[in-house]
Write a protein that binds this ligand. Sequence first.
Ligand code: HEC
Ligand code: HEC
Ligand code: HEC
Length: 421
Amino acid sequence: MPRHSGASGVALSTLVALAFCTSVSPRAAEKQDAQDFTQIERGRYLTTAADCAACHTMPDQKQPFAGGRPIETPFGVIVAPNITPDRETGIGTWTDDEFDAALRQGKRPDGSRLYPAMPYPAYTKMSREDVQDIRAYLATIAPVHNQVEPNQLPFPFSVRAAMMAWDALYFQEGEFRPDATKSATWNRGAYLVQGPGHCASCHTPKTVLGGDKTEQAFQGGVIQGWFAPDLTNDKATGLGSWSAEDIVAYLGTGHNASTAATGLMAEVVERSTSKMTKADLEAIAAYLKDQPAAGHTATAVQATDPLMVAGGAIYHDVCSACHAIDGTGVPHLIPSLAASPSVHSTDPTTLVRVTLSGARSVATDQEPTAPAMPAFAWQFNDEQIAAVLTYVRNSWGSAAPAVTAHDVETKRVELKTRGEH
Ligand code: HEC
Ligand code: HEC
Ligand code: HEC
């Protein structure tokens, strides 16, 4: 749960605290320092859970939170701003209220609106205390002078005022309210998933304007060329056959017995979930295991279909060496294509990408060696990749829509424009 300690009502920034200390007795000052220290530690943890670095730190990790990273949106690229305490190019002169308004209302100090590439639609669920803890931590980061021009969108999206209409359509402001009929663990999980963890920003499908399709919450969405799968308890496409322990292992280490995290989720695990406490991961799992199944249905492509026959041959020749003839892989090392819900997703975006470009899974402190999947773009044409993926999606008792050569061609073109092959 968010903190309840009475002392937390005094949310003083480090700066104010320092000024304050000069006029109080040494003992009171010591107490104040200790309180600031725990606030900063809480803030550091929340900054990690909220993964602020995902967007505000460049991939080379130099100059934390100094911004400059381009964030892909359906309308074009927005560059994440500098949120270090630099007074000219960062947020050093912002008040606590201004910081709170940016995170929980999507408003800038001049009253204009932020683009939802900044996940304020999720952060609005956070408590003011948690947001001020994050601020207290960020105030301890080295200020970096780095001027960023965030808005590089083409007209008409370049018009910030349009975001008022977006907010009216899609933004629901308001702090998380615990559900009294559920356990404290469930509520902690709900808070982390809906608020700081902003899991919906990738896992909930979006409208053409990039708003959440809330009636399909957590049923899977395309994001930056990956598909973030269904997190509901659907047995085929979601987490229905995962235990709570499977979820905890995946979020804590990047893999479990049946699958491994790739791409964007590998980054989320490395930077964020692998650094969360076991209790918090268990809370997330308890909440996710309580989500109703999406109820996706699919008819299996027949084993006699030419696509399945061609795909089966490629699978036996090339893929079975690692993923095994019966698709079960090697527990904890090579994903079970038979059991991985990601393989049976409604949308094959991630599978096509991984098969074309290869993938390396997560390396975490606990498990430093990441197993890798080779790239096959050079070896197979679009029809062959479509065939082998249709085969893995419809074998070993599973059913999922066929992958088409067109799906693969589109992905190849997209990967070229991203500078990957
Ligand atoms: C998914 C990417 C993403 C994540 C995660 C993210 N941000 Fe942002 N943030 C952005 C982008 C992009 C903007 C600029 C939006 C715009 O120009 O309207 C922004 C804007 C901001 C601003 C306004 C700065 C300014 O100068 O206008 C603040 C403050 C901020 N973010 C703080 C945070 C904090 C703190 C966290 C973690 C709790 C966080 N952000 C997480 C992408 C992100
Ligand atoms: C930046 C986008 C992004 C965010 C934020 C994100 N995810 Fe993911 N997630 C993905 C993608 C993409 C995949 C697919 C990775 C793969 O197939 O290896 C994924 C996969 C997963 C899986 C494995 C599902 C499966 O069927 O294999 C779980 C569980 C998961 N995410 C949970 C979460 C939770 C919980 C959060 C919030 C704390 C979260 N994710 C936040 C993008 C994201
Ligand atoms: C050298 C061993 C190896 C070979 C050969 C191999 N793979 Fe993989 N594959 C892996 C590993 C390791 C991963 C996990 C990588 C990751 O998660 O980043 C993986 C991941 C995958 C995934 C993603 C699974 C998930 O749960 O997200 C798919 C789909 C896949 N492989 C399909 C194939 C196909 C199709 C072939 C044959 C054309 C093939 N693989 C050949 C090792 C291999």
